[in-house]
Design a protein around this ligand. Sequence first.
Ligand code: SAH
Length: 225
Amino acid sequence: MGNRVFTIVYLVGLFGAGILRGFYAWPNRRAAVEDDRRTSADTLLLIPASFGLGILPILYAFTPWLDFADYAIPAWAGWIGVVLFVFALWLLWRSHAHLGRNWSPRLQLRPDHRLVTEGMYRYMRHPMYSAHWLWALAQPLLLHNWIAGPALIVTFLPLYVYRAPREEQMMLERFGAGYRDYLKATGRLWPRRSRSCDSDRGARTVESRNSKSEIRNNSEARNRK
Ligand code: SAH
């Protein structure tokens, strides 16, 4: 088995990410859903991804079953993995904190769903998926095994390719021009640096559209009373 230190870093991170998910998922567990876009393909794609992220690494760490596929890399490469992994966990935490009640593990919209454009969402549309990609890149540097190491790269790719465009379509249908501005102002997985001024302007536009629609919704509600 490869370097134990890096395996332990991975397991601690996996456990921490589980706690983080639970912490943010718990208050949402009974929140109403207005638009539910779950599909069986989406559900099926989640299964290999959970193997890639959790089951295979755990088998690698606690059983000798995958030992035949071990490889060795220099320690400095492992430490690069640690840095990437810590950054992935930080990004996961920040995106959860910013999405708050608007987060759901599947493609769903709440009745009072708000388009979040602050924090990491000011610069990119999918920081949580970026965190998963960073995690996937860190994994082979931490778990030195040809099966457990690249497992998330292989299993997250189809989920991401399937989900990201559908999620953007769902948001576009819900938030219309506000989301179209947001699309122009932000990068998908990485900040759109060359248009940072536009990005600020776009984010402000979306914020103002958000608040305008909140004002409109409030006044409509008042009129109905
Ligand atoms: N793709 C995002 C969020 C993943 S969680 C990311 O990678 O950070 C998926 C859910 O988040 C979707 O069902 C959608 O309801 C919600 N969501 C995604 N982007 C959002 C945004 N900018 N504002 C509010 N909710 C958002």
